[in-house]
Design a protein around this ligand. Structure first.
Ligand code: ADP
Ligand code: MG
Length: 386
């Protein structure tokens, strides 16, 4: 029996009906493009969140996480309300409760409730989307338990709805789609306007490559306000240029578009978004051609654009990227919203220890807390385990 199933039995006094898992994700490239209707290219991490669950019939939702200190959180399914979510030590329960709420809101029959136990390998708050992993694993568990015929993109949309409307985080479509739909050895190309997806071969393991995920373990306080300002600035620029979103500006017409913008800051933001969408397209082409190593320079260019034009990096991310590059990475960039979180480096599989050591040493020398460094290769999306 799995650890999740065993703990479930200890907690609730009966066996779970199943165990489901959904992974965290890293975005290979395509940063700050989602709210511009653009393109992203995430892949699923091997680290997953497991959900052991069983149906109930009395309309109670009992939630427990091995990673939270609150003990079992017991909620009345019929009373779930985004205006009155679990708070304090139980606030983590918003994520799975929000999924149940979103399923109900969509008219799906999950009113009987469930007993749920959660355990996760995805670090929280590291920009690796532990929140989507938790939501998607919960959504898949409930869909299976209640025999709901939902596609993976539908599950992802419900999980996102939970995060947007119940938890109150205005995230885009990428995180839940990657966790729900990714496939082993592939990156997921997602058009955030149409939600059309393509699975792009990205078999790092077969190519002798690894992706080093460097969690800087910092989160600078300015992140939320800066995110809102970037978003607003992009939307204003699109309106000024007469396009529905910056995604509609072709790379070939970039200089022309920039010449129409008086504000130098707006020009930098637009240049990042348009060149980043182009980098996603070029990365996809290289991956399709099996030229995995050659994507490295695009990653590094993407980092420079995020640092200089979009201005969302920070000293720790810049140090991680520069050090990985100097230690032999093919390319490296910050991944996620910025101002902390994680950086990604594409390296030879056998360079893992050396690059990791160099980054750890640079952090020590720079007076930063030790980063958490793990190696990853693109893994599969959500699945039933038991
Ligand atoms: P990220 O998604 O980048 O890890 P978020 O702030 O979006 O960061 O989500 C992290 C939050 O999700 C945690 O603070 C916690 O409330 C919740 N969460 C994620 N994983 C778990 C878990 N295994 N158990 C309990 N809560 C979790
Ligand atoms: Mg999240």
């Amino acid at each position: 029996m799995s650890t999740a199933a065993r703990t479930f039995r200890e907690l609730y006094g009966h066996a779970p009906e199943g165990v489901w898992a959904a992974p965290g994700r890293v975005n290979l490239i395509g940063e700050h493009t989602d709210y511009n209707d653009g393109f992203v290219l995430p892949f699923a991490l091997p680290q997953r969140t497991e959900v052991a669950a069983a149906r109930r019939t009395d309309g109670t939702l009992r939630l427990h996480s091995a990673d939270a200190s609150s003990g079992v959180v017991s909620l009345d399914v019929a009373a779930l309300d985004p205006a009155d979510p679990p708070r304090g030590a139980a606030s983590w329960a918003c994520y799975p409760a929000g999924v149940v709420w979103a399923l109900l809101e969509a008219g799906l029959p999950v009113g009987g409730g469930a007993d749920v136990h959660i355990r996760s390998e995805v670090p929280t708050g590291a920009g690796l989307s532990s929140s989507a992993a938790l939501e998607v694993a919960t959504a898949l568990a409930l869909a299976d338990l209640y025999g709901l015929a939902l596609t993976r993109p539908e599950l992802a949309a419900l999980a996102r709805r939970a995060e947007n409307a119940y938890v109150g985080v205005p995230c885009g479509a990428m995180d839940q789609m990657a966790s729900a739909c990714a496939s082993d050895g592939h990156a997921l190309h997602l058009d955030t306007r149409s939600l059309e997806q393509r699975h792009i071969p990205f078999d790092c393991a077969a190519a002798g490559l690894r992706l080093l995920v460097i969690d800087t373990r910092v989160k600078h306080a300015l992140a939320d306000g800066a995110y809102a300002r970037r978003r607003a600035s992009c939307h204003r620029a699109a309106a000024a240029l007469g396009v529905p979103a910056l995604r509609d500006l072709p790379y070939e017409g970039l200089e022309e578009a920039l010449a129409l913008l008086a504000d130098p800051e707006a020009r930098k933001r637009v240049r990042h978004v348009v060149t980043e969408n182009e980098r996603v397209a070029r990365t996809e082409e290289l991956l399709r051609a099996g030229r995995l190593r050659e994507t490295g320079p695009l990653l590094t260019e993407g980092h420079a654009s995020l640092r200089d034009d979009y201005e969302v990096s920070c000293p720790e991310l810049d140090l991680a990227v520069a050090t990985a590059g100097a230690a032999g990475a093919y390319g490296s960039r910050m991944t996620g919203g910025g101002f902390g979180g994680s950086a990604l480096a594409l390296i030879d599989a056998d360079a893992e220890a050396e690059v990791g050591r160099a980054v750890a040493e640079a952090f020590r020398a720079g007076g930063h807390a030790p980063p958490r460094i793990t190696a990853a290769a693109p893994a599969s999306g959500a699945a039933r385990l038991l």
